[in-house]
Design a protein around this ligand. Structure first.
Ligand SMILES: [Fe+2]
Ligand SMILES: [Fe+2]
Length: 260
């Protein structure tokens, strides 16, 4: 089975990259399951029901998210009612939305996806490691294909989670920093791993936002209204090949430019 995981989709440029590039990638790599992080898909911060629906209509099977999912209030009822949009699982009890989902893939095998958020340089949520234990314990024993989106800032926390789940899930992929790392590997227990799969959006930017505004913020130390940049748009992510036992056979980074 081949799984395409798309890095944080940033605003309209990121959505355009998905619209135009996704059909070609599905054909080229024989993709059976598409997962994308959508926490920045609406104007660079958050997600709206209309945009979530648009992304599902493009063929994405599951949307994961992260710390920015709460930006637009109208997403809360959608999170409650749509089980293919995930929020990180380690928020407090009573948080709206699903923390994991089970889907039937184009390959005919079921797959489970769950989303966690890191705690280093981020909000003090529940322990992502123990949350992963709890979710895995709830899965049927014959479920083989399991993908984890670890939405976190610190490389150390993501890598530690990769080791913690090695041999228990098919892959742990990092999101949130918007900068793709070149450390993709298969851990000894058969779990695919990469610290960050990158961003789908404009690269001539600071993590998707107009660089002039971000520079102003650093130079003045005053808050600024961020605006999504527009140039050098790429779709970034990984293609993960998983065998019948759910073990990762290959993890390949993607950086696909959108032709202007
Ligand atoms: Fe993000
Ligand atoms: Fe984030």
């Amino acid at each position: 089975m081949k799984i395409l995981v798309i890095g944080d989709i940033v605003g309209a440029p990121g959505r355009r990259a998905v619209d135009e590039l996704l059909p070609k990638l599905v054909d080229r790599y024989y993709i059976d399951l598409i997962v994308a992080n959508a926490e920045n898909a609406a104007g660079g911060l958050g997600l709206t029901p209309e945009i979530a629906q648009h992304l599902f209509n493009q063929g994405i099977d599951v949307l994961t998210s992260g710390n920015h999912i709460w930006k637009h209030k109208e997403i809360l009822p959608y999170l409650e009612n749509n089980h293919r949009l995930l929020r990180p699982a380690n928020y407090p009890p009573g948080t709206p939305g699903e923390s994991y989902t089970l889907v039937e893939t184009a390959a005919g095998e079921p797959a489970a996806i769950f989303n966690l958020e890191g705690r280093v340089f981020m909000s003090p949520l529940e322990c992502p490691f123990r949350t992963a234990d709890r979710i895995l314990a709830s899965f049927p024993p014959d479920l083989k294909v399991i993908l984890v989106d670890m939405h976190a800032e610190a490389t150390s926390e993501k890598l530690a989670l990769g080791w913690y789940l090695d041999g228990r899930v098919s892959a742990v992929v990092g999101t949130h920093t918007h900068v793709q790392t070149a450390d993709e590997k298969i851990l000894p227990g058969g779990t695919g791993y990469i610290t960050d799969i990158g961003m789908t959006g404009p690269l001539l930017s600071v993590i998707g936002m107009k660089k002039e505004i971000i520079l102003e913020r650093f130079l003045t130390q005053r808050p600024q209204t961020f605006k999504v940049a527009s140039q050098n748009i790429q779709l970034q992510g990984v293609v993960i090949t998983v065998d019948a036992q759910g073990r990762c056979q290959e993890i390949q980074r993607l950086q696909v430019p959108l032709k202007p």
